[in-house]
Every structure is written in C-alpha cells, then in structure tokens.
Design a protein around this ligand. Structure first.
Ligand SMILES: *Cc1c(COP(=O)(O)O)cnc(C)c1O
Length: 294
C-alpha cells in the first residue's frame, strides 16, 4: 500500500494515538472562569519547561504573539521585528489594527538580527518619533528556512533592548526545534527574553494550540488580551490534554524530523532544476528553488 507523507508543512502533523486517548479521558472545567484542572496542568508544565513564572494556553500562535504585543506595549509605540518575520508577514497586521503599533522591519540575510542593527534602530527621545517599545525575535526563523538563533545571540540581542529599557518577545513557534538542533536546554534560548510563544500544533502533533509564557503580571495582562480577542475557551481541556502529550512525548522526537530533513536534502541534492541551499537546512525545513530548465 502506498503511504503518502505530507511534507508541505509541520502543521500537518496529526494527533498520535496516545494523544487521542488523553483527549478522550481529559478532565474538564471552564477556563474562562480559570477553573480548569487540565489547562492549569498544561500551563504549569509549559512555564516550567521554558523557565518562566506563568504560561497561558491560546488557540493559535498568531493570537499568542498578538497577546504578547498588546501586553508589552502601548498604542503609538514602534516594535522592532526581523524583515521576514512571521509577525511582520503573516499575522494580518494585527499589531497595527488591534494594538495601534508600528512594526519596523530590520533586514537580515538569514533571519538572525545583529545587536548593532537593533541598537541603531532604537529611537531617540524626539517628539516626532514613535518610541521603541519592544523587540521581537523569531527562533527558529520560518521564512529563512528554519535557521536557529543561539543562546549567546539571544542574550546579546536581549541585552541591547533591556539596556535601552524595553522588553523582548520571542516568537518561538518552533523554539524546541532550535533547542534540539543546538543541543541546549530550551531555557537557554528563553531565559534572556521576557516572553515566549511556542506552538503545540506544528511539529509536536497537537491538533490546536500554542503557549505564551512570561512573568506573572505579564500573563495576567495577556489573559485579558486573549479574552478581548475572543480566545477565552471553556472545556478546552480536551485540547490541553493533547498539548501535554506534545510536551511530554513529542519534543524528543524532533531530532528524527531534523534527520529526515537532512536525508531529504541529500537525496534531492543535484536533482536537475532544483536548487537547495544546504547551509540553510539547520532544522526541519527544506526549501527548494525550482529553476527553469531553459
Ligand atoms: C506558525 C507560526 C506562527 C503562528 O502560529 P498559528 O498557530 O499558525 O497562528 C507564528 N510564528 C511563526 C514563526 C510560525 O511559524
């Protein structure tokens, strides 16, 4: 029998058998009332894994990032983002529409911002200029092919922001891929930043959901933002149970994805009409340029 393997995106990963069993058996409550044992367990586990005081379960990574932006900033501020970042390209300008924020894209060849570049983009106190309110990082970097930001790079970039007096949010949709590829505890990548969002529904197989983690007061503000955006959920423990499986059972398996991506690249290398930048394949993504035979 032919088996089709869906390689377009790690968002196609399906719930595992053990996930489906956990979902069926999940204890539920009402999470808008903050009375939901399974969601509390997921939030505590997520906070512990990334080394933050608290975490919030959100329906999507896009909502998690927007809740973070709303909770860190005030309308009229400028947010520094990488030029190909998901927040800039793929989140429907939510930061501007809902948050009243100006996004300032900084260009890089590989998704890795440089501390100098960030320092140079910080606004001077000037009545004409929007004050810089936040720096956003992305690890791994989606549109740059899954490239990783090391803990030293994350620390250096965060230091620039913190010295200038504003916080750092990490769009860590695939931060576990970065940790696995770099061979470090994920806390080395999340420790320097003030907040981190990561997805359960990408390579980790959960059907729905992302986590936003940070300090306790930040999470309280994010909880309000989530409610405002329509992301308050009721008996969502059936989803949180899947998320717990993602964290407890699936993170370790990302190394298999990376090995498979590597295998695919080596197999495709040299195929006529295909150009793949081998250097760029650091994690689970393989991007190929289709060249015309003419
Ligand atoms: C997928 C993704 C998101 C958003 O997640 P959704 O759950 O699809 O809203 C945010 N950032 C990055 C880098 C992503 O790849």
């Amino acid at each position: 029998m032919t088996r089709l393997v869906e390689l377009r995106s790690d968002t196609f990963t399906l719930p595992t058998e053990s996930m489906r069993r956990a979902m069926a058996a999940a204890e539920v409550g009402d999470d808008v009332w903050d009375e939901h044992p399974t969601i509390h367990r997921l939030q505590e586990r997520a906070a512990e894994i990334v080394g933050k005081e608290g975490a919030l379960f959100v329906p999507s990574g896009t909502m998690g990032n927007l809740c973070a932006l709303l909770s860190h900033t005030e309308p009229g501020q400028e947010v520094l983002v990488e030029g190909e970042s998901h927040i800039f390209h793929s989140e429907v300008a939510g930061a501007s529409v809902v948050g009243g924020l100006q996004l300032r894209p900084l260009e890089t060849p590989d998704g890795r911002l440089q501390p100098e570049q960030v320092r140079a983009a910080i606004r001077e106190p000037d009545i004409h200029q929007p004050p810089t309110g936040l720096l956003c990082l992305e690890n791994t970097h989606n549109r740059r092919g899954g490239t990783c930001l090391s803990s030293a790079q994350t620390q250096a970039l965060s230091d620039v922001a913190h010295r200038a007096g504003f916080p750092v949010h990490l769009d860590g949709a695939r931060v576990f891929n970065a940790a696995v590829a770099l061979g470090v505890d994920v806390r080395e990548l999340t420790g320097p930043v003030d907040s981190v969002m990561f997805c359960l529904s990408k390579g980790l197989s959960a059907p729905v959901g992302s986590m936003l983690a940070g300090k306790r007061d930040f999470i309280e503000r994010a909880r309000r933002a989530r409610k405002m955006l329509g992301g308050g959920m009721r008996q969502a423990g059936v989803l949180a149970a899947a998320g717990l499986c993602s964290l407890n059972e699936m993170v370790a398996r990302l190394a298999e994805d990376h090995a498979n991506a590597r295998r695919l690249v080596l197999g495709l290398d040299g195929a006529p009409g295909l150009h793949i930048d081998l250097e760029r394949v650091e994690t689970n993504m393989v991007f190929a340029d289709l060249q015309s035979p003419l």
